[in-house]
Design a protein. Structure first.
Length: 288
């Protein structure tokens, strides 16, 4: 049994909707539930219940995170999903990067998951801002990450932190946790290795996922190239809707097109239309 420290304050949240449908919002590796609040509010306005759990080992520090594996993170998702499923007719999963992969891993093992939305899928950090950084450490990420000294090595996520929005970007640069409470500003090599292992697992179980999947990815993603989204689409066994966004970077659920991400997700979940003027669409189907 793993032993890791919990944050001193509860970082999770939940909003009750009116439609009987719910979305489990899963934050990314080194992230925290607060990064899902923009999206949560948008979905809640469309009548959906939302819940955002904290992944095992997250919300404290790097040492705490390194005590866990991707299976532990999936355990957190599984537990939160069961709690949400208890009092809702349909429950979808939606997550950013590793969070999206975890949602799909749950869908592979539990056919009751109604569908999955995946934002900025990352098999590898191969975006336009990551090549030099990632090429220097990738050879060590999985084969040597079990070594104590290598496992603890960590790297600062490079500017612009997945954000095209200058205001959010400046806040991220000023103070760790200023924009997303509980988020870490460094990526331990051991955690990156777990991300790679989760990605490999997803490739192996993808054909078992028959639920519909929504994949959203930025054309100009600074951390993960759109090829990651296309690769994911090929391994899934069910229907896939893939859209590429044109005015954001990696953190599409927080960045300039966060409302569009919310609207596309709500549409995917079958939520009623919002009582507001027609929304501006700037996401193109991948095959457009």
């Amino acid at each position: 049994m793993i032993h890791y420290q919990s944050p001193t304050r509860d970082l999770t949240f939940r909003l009750r909707g009116t439609t009987g449908k719910a979305v489990l919002l899963i934050h990314g590796m080194t992230g925290a539930p607060g990064e899902m609040k923009f999206l949560a509010k948008r979905l809640h306005r469309r009548g959906l219940s939302v819940a955002a759990p904290l992944l095992a080992g997250h919300g404290v520090d790097e040492e705490n995170l390194l005590r866990t594996s991707w299976q532990d993170w999936l355990g957190s998702v599984r537990e939160a999903y069961r709690a949400l499923r208890y009092d809702h007719d349909e429950v979808y999963v939606a997550g950013i990067c590793v969070g999206g992969a975890l949602g799909l891993a749950l869908a592979a093992e539990d056919p009751s998951v109604a569908g999955a939305a995946v934002y900025s899928m990352t098999y590898r950090y191969d975006g336009w801002n990551m090549k030099a950084w990632y090429s220097a450490i990738a050879p060590y990420a999985t084969p040597f990450a079990g070594l104590p000294l290598v496992r603890k090595m960590s790297f600062v996520e490079p500017y612009p932190y997945g954000l095209k929005d200058e205001r959010l970007r400046d806040g991220m640069a000023a103070t760790q946790g200023a924009v997303i409470p509980g988020a870490l500003d460094r990526v331990p090599l051991g955690a990156m290795a777990e991300m790679h292992r989760l990605s490999d697992h997803l490739d192996s179980v993808g054909r078992l996922i028959h639920q519909p999947t929504l994949i959203l990815h930025a054309r100009d993603d600074d951390m993960s190239h759109p090829r990651n989204a296309h690769r994911l689409k090929k391994v899934l066994g069910g229907p896939v809707e893939l859209h590429l966004l044109d005015d954001c970077y990696h953190m599409i659920h927080v960045d300039r097109q966060r409302d569009l991400v919310g609207d596309l997700t709500a549409d995917f979940c079958g939520a009623p239309q919002a009582p507001e003027p027609e929304r501006r669409r700037t996401a193109e189907p991948a095959d457009a």
